[in-house]
Design a binder for this molecule. Structure first.
Ligand SMILES: [Zn+2]
Length: 238
């Protein structure tokens, strides 16, 4: 999953849906002496300045600038919105086209787990990091449950805690102990915090990590499904 990235020279690295790859979008027109394509800025109200936050040196963001871009590959247009501080430092807020890329998942992965993981990617692509964290935790839980890590009562309710699921899967050898540890720390704890603790901002790095570990776990369990199923049957899970 690649988010648009603003480079030093005002170029943007972002996914282009026409080129179907990460491209450089240019903000300057080489045919017009390198002038910027169209742009305009809008000043923030006092209230907006407060909610926009500050730059890395503590100066408040007091306006937003909108810039037109052109894809270096196919020439399609793009538009960015960046916050500008009173000392002119810039922070990218949004870029259009905001195409969301999806990882290729193993064909043997159950459809509902694929959908859950994709929804986490869509949340992250739309900068809903807290929602993404909860979806990744849910993906992990569903993967382990689908592999027999569950204790269902008479009503079909699964009583096995996610920590236990991870521990049992590690004990059976379907997850390495390093992977089990990351699943607990980077996915379960993060998801629990979002749902049960006080509000806090979840960073892009945290979500990227969680998505990455969930993906590795999916591949551990589904890339060579026949071998995994053999182990699960030996351990009495399936
Ligand atoms: Zn393009």
């Amino acid at each position: 999953m690649q988010r648009p990235e603003l480079r030093e020279n005002s170029e943007m690295r972002a996914y282009c849906p026409e080129c179907k790859s990460i491209c450089t979008f240019h903000s300057r027109n080489p045919d017009q002496g390198g002038n910027h394509y169209s742009s305009f800025s809008v000043n923030f109200s006092a209230e907006e300045i407060l909610s926009a936050g500050k730059d890395e040196n503590g100066y408040p963001y007091n306006r937003v600038i909108y810039h037109a871009y052109k894809c270096g590959g196919c020439g399609r247009g793009g538009m960015s919105a960046s916050y500008i501080s009173t000392k002119n430092s810039k922070k990218l807020k949004e870029f259009y086209p905001s195409a969301i890329t999806h990882e290729l998942l193993p064909g043997t992965l159950p459809e509902e787990i694929k959908k859950e993981y994709k929804e986490a990617e869509i949340c992250f692509g739309n900068r809903c990091n807290r929602a993404a964290s909860a979806m990744i935790r849910s993906t992990l839980e569903k993967i382990l449950k689908a592999n027999g890590y569950k204790e269902e009562n008479a009503n079909g309710f699964d009583n096995m805690w996610l920590t236990t699921k991870i521990k049992e899967a590690t004990k059976d050898g379907v997850l390495t102990s390093a992977r089990g540890e990351r699943a607990k720390n980077d996915i379960k704890v993060l998801g629990d915090e979002v749902v049960h603790r006080d509000w806090r901002e979840v960073t892009d790095e945290e979500v990227k990590n969680a998505l990455q570990y969930a993906l590795w776990i999916i591949r551990d369990l589904y890339d060579d499904r026949a071998t995994t199923e053999e182990i699960l049957q030996t351990k009495g899970r399936l």
